[in-house]
Design a protein around this ligand. Structure first.
Ligand SMILES: Nc1nc2c(c(=O)[nH]1)N[C@H]1C(S)=C(S)[C@@H](COP(=O)(O)OP(=O)(O)OC[C@H]3O[C@@H](n4cnc5c(=O)[nH]c(N)nc54)[C@H](O)[C@@H]3O)O[C@H]1N2
Ligand SMILES: Nc1nc2c(c(=O)[nH]1)N[C@H]1C(S)=C(S)[C@@H](COP(=O)(O)OP(=O)(O)OC[C@H]3O[C@@H](n4cnc5c(=O)[nH]c(N)nc54)[C@H](O)[C@@H]3O)O[C@H]1N2
Ligand code: SF4
Ligand SMILES: [Mo]
Length: 711
């Protein structure tokens, strides 16, 4: 049968989940493009999705480990056997009363993801890599104005007016899209007369298009923004009307007192930006009709909560909440719960929550999801026994990745693994899979059904979206959601009384007046279109305990951290003499994190059509001092590891910084293992190794270190 048509579905070459159309001919995907109903854009990684689908390396059958963990040797087994292995181990754990020693590390596609439901129903809990990028941003916004930021894209660029200011402070939206329409929206805003300011130690594609590039010292953003706040507040350039009306009583006086000594001159040596430049940007912001700020990488360091707090204060005093071109405060339209709803675990009662020496102190921790990086600690402590993982690659993505991998191989005196069962669901061979006991072949977005529901999504045309299969699945691949629903029916049937995944999604969609059929008729996308502005005006309040904006974080009074510190992250403050360079890891447009999805994609891991190496990027001034020329092989040493890699000299990086593309390091799969690369997480210390100096409030990520470079 000859068919040649465009079918709506979702791209999943990265977690942005853009709405797309796939052209299918004789049962084969031939072409993809953006769905015009949701802005109609796709990026280079998305275009390479067809290569993932038809890759010769696709995992096609369930695999069971033969040999030791880490050897990467497997044999093919049946789905029945795979299901039985998981069922048996989980029953055993339940009989031992140890269900809280079960975790599933995943990227949940909705708060009602069937995998998450399964974990809650069993009495385990989910972990995720998400805290790395989001936790501090989310908690800072929640604490201050009682609202989640959009998950990945803070501002609504298509609403930025003429003269509005767009500040990227540690953000690469032209490459790290998180919605393929963002780059176009930013450029359109510029064409309308908005200004683009890029604060980044590296001159990247955004800087090339910017009105102003400010090369900041990594970790200096809190200081930079506090310096601006000082100038605005002490020169009466802040939005007094907004603050008088909406800030909690007493907070402005306390802010004035706190900010007194955070002068641009005092902040300048911390962030290494001249005081006159801090003042210049502050003045520009005071005059602009709107200002929005986006940051991602800069908020992945040990001072993340301070930076998030300073950022929030800046938005408040410039009056940029829920206005066109400012910081949106998205509303969440709930999906219908599928009854009965399994209870969510109490993280504070479970053993896993913040292991290590300071465990009792981590009661201040406020983020709702556990970071996956605690898995290594938990295995050592005996508080993690069964580990499932989907859509994540902790063997490379977790800091101190070698420590993480080693934890998977720890044994007791009898020679049994401390971690009793490790199950990995993947599409292509991944590094994490090497340590798994069981590997389950997942379906790509072109082969599976899935309800995606991210109400804080940038493209309001697809607050909810349906990923529908457009071709027959490859091999015996099965979608992880279906697998967990079947396991749920075996182990906790009371919570899995619905027929299948489709019925589950249908029930949930009813909550927003939709159904699966209506979604399909609607081009697979739906939005309540509640991106209205000034919602706090119509509601008469913010969603905080006081109903007002809360600048002082009183919940951290005991810690003496009610106000943000301008200091650099602890990782950059120590060892400056011995390790003079700050390692700045950044992302490539062509590759998505550490993942097999791009590192084992022949189109993306290629010297011509993508990227196949990550040399260490140094400024020529630094290179001269070290007597290095372009291409020289160097030894890079951090406090915990040493690697060898060629250097690439570029004036685009601030002196004192050593740039390295994040995500390389995979040895599984023919494509990923080629090239000359190193994994950045080899150099960065395992977060569990310095629990004592971490931010107790939950600034999660520590993707930071200092290094020494020698010939
Ligand atoms: N192509 C692609 N897209 C992606 C991803 C990917 O791996 N590849 N990953 C996805 C994920 S999970 C995330 S969290 C996002 C991340 O998205 P981003 O954070 O935007 O990506 P990065 O390139 O890691 O970092 C952005 C910039 O921050 C700069 N920077 C580093 N330290 C500092 C600092 O202290 N201050 C300032 N002002 N700038 C600093 C870096 O030089 C870099 O240019 O991207 C998402 N999208
Ligand atoms: N040094 C350093 N470390 C970092 C960061 C950094 O900037 N620097 N960034 C941090 C951040 S922000 C994040 S979010 C984490 C991300 O870290 P992780 O959450 O571990 O995510 P990825 O590295 O993207 O790995 C995703 C895996 O899922 C697989 N996959 C893709 N699609 C599917 C699918 O449909 N089904 C299944 N089963 N698998 C699929 C991919 O092949 C890939 O192997 O890393 C963190 N680690
Ligand atoms: S940003 Fe690119 S890779 Fe990610 S979902 Fe959108 S089109 Fe696909
Ligand atoms: Mo992330």
């Amino acid at each position: 049968m000859h068919e040649d048509k465009w079918i709506p579905t979702i791209c999943y070459q990265c977690k942005a989940e853009c709405a797309i159309l796939a052209r299918v001919e004789n049962g084969v995907v031939k072409e993809v493009k953006g769905n015009p109903l949701a802005k109609g854009k796709m990026c280079v990684k998305g275009m390479a999705g067809i290569t993932t689908l038809y890759s010769g390396e696709r995992l096609k059958y369930p695999l069971k480990r033969i040999g030791e963990r880490g050897e990467g040797k497997f044999e093919r087994i049946s789905w029945d056997e795979a299901m039985d292995i998981m069922e048996k181990k989980l029953r055993e754990l339940r009989d031992r009363g140890e269900m809280h020693k079960f975790t599933y590390s995943m990227f949940p596609h909705s708060s009602t993801d069937p995998k998450w439901r399964f974990v809650n129903a069993m009495g385990g809990f989910i972990t995720t890599g998400l805290p790395h990028c989001d936790s501090a941003k989310i908690m800072a916004h929640l604490h201050t104005f009682g609202c989640f930021p959009n998950h990945h894209i803070a501002p609504i660029y298509y609403s930025v007016p003429k003269g509005g200011i767009m500040i990227l402070a540690g953000r690469h939206p032209f490459g790290c899209l998180d919605d393929a329409s963002v780059a176009r929206d930013i450029l359109n805003a510029k064409e309308r007369g908005a200004k683009l300011i890029v604060i980044d130690p590296i001159f990247r594609s955004e800087a090339a298009k910017a009105d102003w590039w400010i090369p900041i010292k990594p970790g200096g953003d809190a200081a930079f923004f506090l310096g601006m706040c000082n100038y605005l507040l002490t020169n009466d350039l802040y939005d007094k009307n907004f603050c008088d009306k909406w800030v909690r009583e007493g907070d402005m006086d306390k802010l004035m007192e706190f900010i007194k000594d955070k002068t641009p001159e005092a902040m300048s040596p911390i962030c290494e930006v001249p005081a006159q430049d801090i003042i210049k940007l502050a003045k520009m912001c005071a005059q602009a009709p709107s200002v929005c700020v986006d940051a991602f990488k800069s908020i992945m360091y040990g001072n993340a909560m301070d930076w998030g707090h300073a950022w929030s204060i800046f938005l408040v005093i410039t009056g940029n909440l829920d206005n066109p071109g400012g910081q949106p405060l998205p509303e969440i339209a709930p999906m219908a719960p599928v009854e009965p709803v399994p209870p969510a675990p109490s993280l504070h009662e479970l053993g896993y929550h913040r292991t290590g020496p300071n465990r009792d102190k981590f009661d201040y921790y406020t983020f709702i999801l556990e970071p996956t990086w605690y898995a290594a600690q938990a295995v050592k402590e005996g508080t993690l026994k069964v580990f499932f993982a989907s859509e994540c690659n902790p063997a490379l993505s977790e800091m101190g990745s070698s420590v993480w991998r080693e934890a998977m191989t720890l044994k007791d005196k009898q020679g049994n693994y401390l971690l009793e069962l490790f199950v990995v669901t993947e599409i292509l061979p991944s590094e994490t899979m090497k340590w798994a006991d069981l590997v389950l072949p997942d379906q790509t977005n072109f082969e599976r059904w899935e309800l995606l529901y991210m109400p804080w999504w940038y493209t309001y045309a697809h607050t909810a979206a349906i990923c529908q299969p457009v071709v027959e699945p490859i091999g015996e691949s099965r979608h992880a959601n279906k697998v967990m629903i079947e396991l749920g029916k075996r182990l906790v049937p009371e919570y899995f009384a619905f027929k299948d995944d489709l019925e589950y999604y249908d029930t949930e969609l009813a909550g927003v007046g939709m159904s699966l059929q209506k979604m399909l008729d609607n081009g697979c996308v739906w939005s309540p279109r509640t991106a209205g502005f000034y919602k706090y005006e119509s509601a008469g309040k913010f969603n905080t305990p006081s109903g007002k904006v809360e600048l002082e974080w009183r919940m951290y009074k005991d810690l003496g951290q009610e106000w943000p510190s301008p200091e650099l992250p602890v990782e950059f403050k120590r060892g400056e003499q011995e390790y003079p360079f700050i390692l700045v890891n950044f992302r490539s447009t062509f590759l998505n994190n550490t993942g097999a999805w791009s590192h084992n994609n022949a189109q993306l891991r290629d010297p011509i059509s993508g990227r196949d190496r990550n040399p260490l990027v140094l400024n020529p001034l630094d290179a001269k001092k070290l007597d290095l020329v372009d291409g020289d092989l160097v030894t890079v040493t951090s406090k915990t590891a040493q690697v060898r890699i060629p250097v690439c000299l570029s004036e685009k990086i601030k002196p004192g910084c050593a740039g390295l593309i994040h995500g390389f390091g995979q040895t599984m799969g023919k494509i990923a293992s080629l090239g000359n690369w190193i994994g950045d997480n080899e150099l960065i210390a395992d977060a569990g190794s310095h629990l004592d100096e971490q931010d107790l409030r939950g600034g999660e990520a520590h993707v930071a270190t200092r290094v020494k470079v020698s010939k």
